[in-house]
Design a protein around this ligand. Structure first.
Ligand code: HEM
Length: 349
């Protein structure tokens, strides 16, 4: 516990006093000690705890339930300066703080800094996310990243979705945008986060919250300031060969197409519970409920979902995932990481 608290506090020290990493992503250096004043959606204090339902790999390193107060900084200065009072009193203290700020980054592992940054974004997302909102968030990931075109080297995970919300294929996503905008406002008070990073992390959180795999998300994507080219997302009317072709243009194999389509287990298309991320998508696809006349079963799935069962190669993967949820989770995780990295332009160190 003590270790994890110090980790969080150190992160703040890095990104606020030092401003080294901050400057490369244009972070606000004045955002240093405002974390205690952040509020949760329901006016709960912003905390650095890790929710038990979604203990992602990196957040567990950082997990802390204590807010970094000015008091909790003291041991850091103590350790470096050998004096409890020196850091907080007068010019001498300021000089020490400055000296420490120069020294610490040289010794600080980059992965620990990144884990701290990730933890802050995860916490900001968790403050606005609920299971009911998870499907919209995951859909938003695909609608930002899914514009990627390898041949043209255009589109991808670049935050352009914020300029594309009025496109027909993005109907319904404005609500999700507003939810994430709220999270972004709070996170930006501590460290600037790009839309692309925020959406990528939020999608992973949505999956975990609904019982799916924990997905590691790398940070550092830059946002664009213009919309992506139109017409890059697959239409729901496509058949399997066309879906395979369009996914191939985005760098995804048939197996990855089938794994990613399993995202439709969330939401209201009739693949089991709309708020549980499991392999019911594949089990239900194999049952082909839409072939039963009348009733709700005829409404299950999009044409693009149903088309997958009619393709032998897709069918093999559907059968695999229907019979082995762990394999689905494993493959979805990998395909998701690929999706949120596709077309991304990364901040350089
Ligand atoms: C294979 C091609 C795909 C097509 C044609 C497609 C199309 C659609 C359509 C038409 C909807 C219904 C939207 C509505 O309810 O109005 C939908 C929902 C959804 N899509 Fe896809 N999608 C595809 C792949 C993906 C992928 C790869 C992901 C994420 C990795 C994804 C995530 C979702 C989610 C989570 C929903 C439910 C949204 C909700 O109920 O709020 N989709 N998709």
């Amino acid at each position: 516990m003590a270790m994890s608290t110090v980790t969080s506090v150190h992160h703040y020290q890095l990104s606020t006093i030092v401003g080294k990493k901050s400057s490369r992503r244009g972070r606000n250096p004045s955002s240093s000690v405002t974390c205690g004043s952040l509020t949760k959606e329901e006016d709960q204090p912003f905390s650095f705890s890790t929710s038990p339902s979604s203990s992602s790999s990196s957040s567990s390193i950082i997990s802390s339930t204590e807010e970094p107060s000015s008091q909790s900084w003291a041991p850091i200065f103590d350790a470096a300066a050998g004096s409890r009072s020196s850091a907080s009193h007068g010019r001498r203290g300021f000089a020490l703080a400055t000296a420490i700020s120069v020294m610490i980054p040289l010794h600080w592992p980059a992965d620990m800094v990144a884990a701290g940054e990730l933890s802050i974004i995860q916490d900001g997302v968790r403050n606005v996310l609920s299971k009911a909102k998870a499907a919209g968030v995951l859909r938003m990931v695909f609608h930002d990243a899914g514009t990627f075109d390898m041949d043209e080297n255009s589109g991808g995970m670049n935050g352009s979705i914020v300029y594309e919300l009025d496109r027909p294929e993005n109907i319904g996503l404005s609500k999700t945008f507003k939810i994430l905008e709220k999270a972004k406002r709070e996170i930006d008070k501590i460290q600037q986060v790009s839309w692309a990073d925020l959406i990528a992390v939020a999608g992973a959180e949505a999956v975990a919250l609904c019982g799916g795999p924990n997905i590691p998300v790398q940070l550092g994507r830059l946002d664009v300031s213009i919309p992506d080219p139109q017409g890059k997302l697959p239409l729901e009317s496509l058949d399997a060969p066309s879906l395979k072709k369009i996914f191939l243009k985005k760098g995804f194999s048939t197996q990855e197409l089938v794994a990613l389509s399993g995202a439709h287990t969330l939401g209201s298309k009739g693949f089991g519970s709309p708020i549980v991320f499991d392999n019911s998508y594949y089990k239900i696809l194999l049952e082909k409920p839409w072939t039963s006349p009348g009733g709700m079963s005829a409404m299950v799935g999009l044409p693009s979902d149903r088309a997958l069962v009619d393709d032998d190669e897709c069918l093999r993967w559907i059968e695999t995932y229907a019979g082995d949820e762990m394999q689905f989770f494993h493959d979805f995780r990998n395909a998701y990481v690929k999706l949120v990295n596709s077309g991304a332009v990364w901040a350089t160190t």
